[in-house]
Design a protein around this ligand. Structure first.
Ligand code: GLN
Length: 327
């Protein structure tokens, strides 16, 4: 479908499901000049962060890189930085794994395997999983994403990842691809934390093939995107292409709000009020319900594993334009 036809279709779905023509919204008032000023500030701020060291290739990226893409339902597009750059999504893939499994399996099947409780522990905490007797607390943590990766269809990890990648590309109108170099880099260093998580999930019965599950999880974390692809993925959650997908979309956005930034989710919800998901590559996606999506990539991380520059920029935009969902 052409971009114009897709936009017209989204607008129609929007009008049908909300019964209104949304017209010009807060996000559409953003100016390119404002964006560029804040990007400069955010890029400077980002240098306070650290690159992750446990995946060798992520430790070697250019820490000055900064890219942002905003898409609005009204069809506006703002971009700053190198739009041709691609980067692995890492944990930003988790909301989409949840979305795909909700759409395909339904709420009951999914929430028999994973909870909806926020956690104040780090994203790969074994202590949290043990404290919960092996029950993965939420789908934004590694434990929960591992449990859901175990539910993807396919004989092996390659076919599972292929299926998921094609599904997203088809419905979000993007071109994700599996970056083999980053996958090799992930595989080159053992990850005892994720191994311990998957063993604990095997013991509690939420995973039945730990090697297959871990391999699938690693592959989907290495799905890579340009900043436009990531913003397009965001639009899938803002305006699901199918009316049947609105409830799954609502659930995913709620869990991004409460769990998407791990132990800092509550603070960010209070300060910014947008469903947001980060990954250790420095990718961040925020959803502005009924308006659009902000995708950002800036590699240096805060101690919780989220991009400092991206969160700073999103906060600036949200506060200045009054984008919080809590009015
Ligand atoms: N927070 C993240 O982005 C984690 C994803 C990464 N693949 C890991 O398991 O450690």
């Amino acid at each position: 479908m052409s971009d114009r036809r897709q936009k017209a279709r989204l607008k129609k779905i929007n009008q049908e499901s909300f019964g209104v023509n949304l017209g010009v919204q807060e996000l559409d008032r953003l100016t390119q000049k404002q964006l560029e000023t804040w990007v400069d500030q955010a890029q400077r701020r980002s240098q306070l962060g650290q690159l992750p060291t446990y995946i060798p290739q992520l430790a070697q990226v250019n820490s000055q890189e900064f890219v942002v893409q905003i898409l609005t339902l009204e069809g506006k597009s703002y971009c700053a930085g190198d739009a041709t750059l691609s980067f692995p999504l890492m944990s930003v893939i988790k909301p989409f794994l949840l979305f795909n499994r909700l759409v395909e399996l339904g709420e009951d099947n999914v929430f028999q395997r994973v909870g909806v409780q926020p956690s104040d522990q780090t994203f790969n905490s074994l202590e949290q999983l043990q404290a919960d007797d092996g029950w993965p607390r939420n789908p934004m943590l590694n434990s929960g994403a591992l449990a859901l990766a175990a539910l993807l269809p396919g004989q092996d990890a390659n076919s599972r990842c292929d299926y998921f990648c094609s599904w997203l590309n088809q419905y979000a109108n993007c071109q994700l691809f599996l970056d083999q170099d980053i996958l090799e880099s992930v595989r080159s260093v053992p990850n005892p934390k994720n191994q311990a998580l998957v063993s604990a999930l095997l013991a509690s019965g939420y995973v039945d093939d730990p090697d297959l599950t871990l391999d699938t999880y690693n592959q989907i974390c290495c799905l890579s995107a340009t900043i436009l692809d990531l913003a397009q993925l965001g639009l899938l959650l803002v305006q699901p292409t199918d009316l049947q997908w609105q409830i799954p979309g609502r659930i995913v956005k709620a869990l991004m709000m409460t769990c998407g930034l791990y132990e800092t989710s509550g603070q960010f919800a209070a300060q910014v009020g947008l469903p947001t998901k980060s990954g250790v590559s420095g990718a961040v996606l925020s959803i502005i319900p009924q308006q659009g999506a902000i995708a950002c990539y800036s590699p240096p991380l805060d101690p919780e594993g989220s991009s400092i520059g991206s969160l700073f920029l999103i906060e600036k935009i949200a506060q200045t334009l009054n984008l919080s969902v809590f009015k």
